[in-house]
Design a protein around this ligand. Structure first.
Ligand SMILES: NC(=O)c1ccc[n+]([C@@H]2O[C@H](COP(=O)([O-])OP(=O)(O)OC[C@H]3O[C@@H](n4cnc5c(N)ncnc54)[C@H](OP(=O)(O)O)[C@@H]3O)[C@@H](O)[C@H]2O)c1
Length: 350
């Protein structure tokens, strides 16, 4: 079985999805959307550092809508507000293409019927499916933590933590405007829902937490935030620019999924530019800790093979794999918003 796939955006994540599509024997690249004018008109193979593909990058959504394809991999940079990309996503769905988003959309049902209606009617119009995946969102909470609960006959609480060093992230818009680094620490309230980074990330990760609560059989989760931001201990020169002493260098985003007023699921994400504020400098990428009967602990790290010759990070490789491994299931799913299966495992051929 082979699938025709369009790649939407070629940032750090999107470029690896593009490579994974080009390299896969059962996928055919059917189109490429880019935001950068400098990339428009170039062959996808050149952008991906692969042989020419005959697919030329475009900045025009109309070119993409016209194409015959099974699926779009939507890997744009998230922008405020969280719903910023929904209109384009709905147009792509309505044009008959299934769509995988790496920017949330894992549990749009959290936002209520009216929010979902736009996606559902676009999917009906295009006989298409919307699916959100990735690492987080997409894997560690929705799949790993969910699978681990199968070992428990009682669950008191679930704590999932992620720690990522972000100093090599290159794009200033992403680092400063989307993730909030470099903001004078006392000038914002990170739990104010209208601070742009909080608005975007609350949008994406409330779905993640609520999805696990829902999967465990509780009908309605309420998600509360408990974010803390720490100031830089000195001026720090990062790939994306300067983080001045006293501005935010360590973000700890925390969401609690409450059941009966008590946190059942807590997701803690520490994205950091320096280690000064970490309790434990020897951290794992992810830890899942379930308190219950019995208690379960899982630590996960991602590494590249020692002989891997490229600079691409293990997270980027894993994200692209999680997208590609999902493609058959998304293309076979009935129209509408697709729920996250507990596994979209690797298969050597589709
Ligand atoms: N689910 C997960 O596990 C996971 C993990 C990591 C990241 N993400 C999400 O993936 C997104 C992309 O991450 P990344 O590391 O690839 O980011 P990035 O390197 O900053 O690149 C994102 C790409 O988005 C395009 N872009 C430029 N301006 C834009 C705009 N105004 N609006 C929308 N897109 C614009 C550009 O595409 P062109 O270069 O093609 O012009 C850019 O290269 C992030 O927003 C993040 O939320 C998800």
């Amino acid at each position: 079985m082979s699938y025709r796939v369009i790649q939407w955006a070629t940032g750090a994540m999107g470029k690896n999805c593009l490579r994974a599509i080009i390299d896969h024997p059962d996928l055919e690249l059917a189109g490429l959307f880019v935001y950068s004018r400098a990339k428009a008109g170039r062959d996808a193979g050149e952008i991906a550092r692969r042989d020419p593909t005959g697919v030329v990058a475009t900045t025009d959504i109309e070119d993409i809508l016209e194409k015959d394809a099974d699926l779009v991999v939507h890997a744009a940079r998230i922008q405020p507000p969280y719903a910023h990309h929904n209109q384009a996503i709905c147009r792509l769905l309505a044009s008959g293409k299934n769509l995988i988003s790496i920017n949330g959309h894992t549990y749009p049902q959290y936002w209520g019927r009216r929010y979902c209606d736009a996606f559902e009617s676009a999917c009906r119009a295009g006989n298409s499916t919307l699916f959100g995946t990735g690492l987080n969102p997409g894997f560690i909470v929705e799949k790993v933590a969910a699978v681990a609960t199968g070992l428990c006959s009682r669950i008191d609480s679930i704590h999932i933590s992620e720690v990522v060093e972000c100093s090599m992230v290159q794009n200033p818009n992403y680092v400063f405007d989307v993730l909030g680094f470099g903001t004078p620490a006392g000038s914002i309230d990170p739990n104010a829902p209208d601070w742009a980074p909080a608005e975007i990330l609350n949008g994406m990760y409330s779905e993640v937490v609520a999805h696990l609560v829902h999967r465990l059989g509780y009908s309605r989760a309420r998600v509360e935030t408990d974010h803390t931001m720490m100031p830089a201990t000195a001026d720090i020169e990062m790939a994306a620019g300067l983080i001045k002493k006293g501005t935010i260098s360590h973000t700890n985003w925390r969401w609690h999924g409450l059941v009966d007023g008590k946190p059942l699921v807590t997701l803690s994400i520490a994205w950091i530019m320096e280690k000064a504020h970490l309790d434990n400098p020897n951290y794992n990428l992810w830890n899942v800790t379930i308190s219950g009967l019995p208690c379960v602990r899982i630590a996960i790290d991602l590494d590249k093979p020692q002989d891997y010759p490229y600079r691409t990070g293990a997270e980027e490789l894993a994200l692209a794999a999680s997208v590609v491994n999902s493609i058959p299931a998304v293309c076979k799913a009935p129209p509408g918003i697709m729920d996250i299966p507990v596994a979209n495992h690797f298969r050597v051929r589709f």
